[in-house]
Design a protein around this ligand. Structure first.
Ligand code: ACO
Length: 329
């Protein structure tokens, strides 16, 4: 019998505190008009100082568990995609496990930058299809405000904090993840293209690394922009081809929310009408591994998608990493 990984519950958590473009005008030399025109972002949410990423992930996970009507003890595996783990180790996933009391699960973090959630779905799908596990919790969560250089206008205006979670469960019905495709290219792994240079084993923390702000996000925005516009349509088409589905059959397209201009260019290349493209980058900015699952959770709550609808997700991030998933709700 063919097994599928159905998405039986979703949840998200967005911190309350809002930072608008106008607020940012007091922090760096920028302005609301520039940020809106170049990125589409109007505001982003910032976690309170006493909250780490596991606190956001835990709240999102509790909502997904409630939505799926399961018990935390039903969970076999917890995967957290994040680049802003509470600590280098233990993993954020283990903190989430403790918070949930998910004693029967094993738990680990997945380091794939913005592609963390979509990579997590791919793994969960394979593990459920293999017959090894019944119920998997996949989370994408970030507190990017902690690794942003608040003196660098090129990057600090782009990012926000959020978490989203999904419960995947084995079923013999043809639903859930119909196709999934992931890729990466380490030739683009230079940290000045997109990354955080210090704090790992190559460049441990010293007074100098702190003074030089090497623990914060570095990015060559224009190059990353072009890569995103090229890679995301290719990845999206791969998942569609694997499932034998055409773009016209997709009810909602959820691209990684990094920049409205990237989102529109990717949608146009795929020939998907604008009304089928989900956009929340205006309200949250780029929340890295959280963007796609936060968007899907919102789309479900808003009634924009219903049971049986086809959702195409696509993402790309540092590494480079990329991935796409076709989900039948
Ligand atoms: N406010 C005002 N002016 C600014 C700002 C700002 N916040 N930031 C940059 N500028 C200036 C620049 O200094 C430059 O001025 P100059 O021409 O005098 O040198 C001018 O605006 C144009 O800068 P560009 O970098 O060419 O602007 P661009 O149109 O490329 O937009 C942006 C920059 C928004 C970063 C864009 O390149 C982008 O979105 N790139 C992709 C980002 C992305 O997808 N990142 C994903 C990574 S997320 C992750 O993995 C964690």
């Amino acid at each position: 019998m063919v097994r599928y990984a159905a998405m039986t519950g979703t949840g998200a958590y967005i911190p309350e505190k809002v930072l608008t473009n106008v607020n940012l005008e007091n922090i760096v030399d920028t302005n609301d008009e520039w940020i809106r025109q170049r990125t589409g972002i109007v505001k982003r949410h910032i976690a309170e100082p006493d909250m780490a990423v596991s606190d956001l992930c835990l709240r999102a996970a509790r909502r997904a568990i409630k939505d799926a009507e399961i018990d935390p003890l039903d969970i076999d595996l917890i995967i957290v995609g994040t680049v802003t783990s509470d600590t280098l180790f233990p993993s954020t996933a283990c903190y989430v496990q403790r918070g949930l009391g998910a004693k029967k699960a094993y738990a680990f973090d997945l380091a794939a930058a913005c592609a963390g959630f979509v990579y997590g779905l791919d793994l969960a799908d394979g593990l459920i299809k293999s017959g090894r596990y019944e119920t998997i919790l996949v989370i994408g969560g970030e507190v990017l405000s902690r690794i942003v250089d608040w003196t660098d206008r090129n990057t600090c205006v782009l990012f926000g904090d959020a978490a989203g979670a999904a419960i995947l469960q084995a079923t013999d019905e043809e639903k859930g993840i119909l196709a999934s495709y992931c890729g990466s290219d380490g030739d683009y792994s230079d940290t000045d293209l997109l990354g955080v240079p210090a704090g790992g084993s190559r460049m441990p923390a010293t007074c100098e690394t702190v003074n030089q702000k090497l623990h914060t996000i570095k990015m060559r925005g224009r190059e990353v922009f072009k890569l995103g516009v090229r890679i995301m349509p290719e990845a999206a088409l791969k998942a569609l081809a694997l499932a034998g589905i055409t773009i016209d059959e997709v009810d909602l397209f959820i691209p990684h929310q990094a920049n409205i201009r990237i989102i529109e260019a990717v949608g146009d290349r795929l020939g998907i009408p604008r009304e089928k493209v989900y956009i929340n980058v205006d309200r949250y900015g780029n929340t890295s591994a959280a963007t796609t699952i936060v968007a899907l959770d919102e789309a479900i709550r808003e009634g924009r998608v219903n049971s049986g609808d086809m959702i195409l997700m696509v993402t790309f991030g540092a590494g480079l990493t990329w991935g796409s998933t076709l989900i039948k709700l």
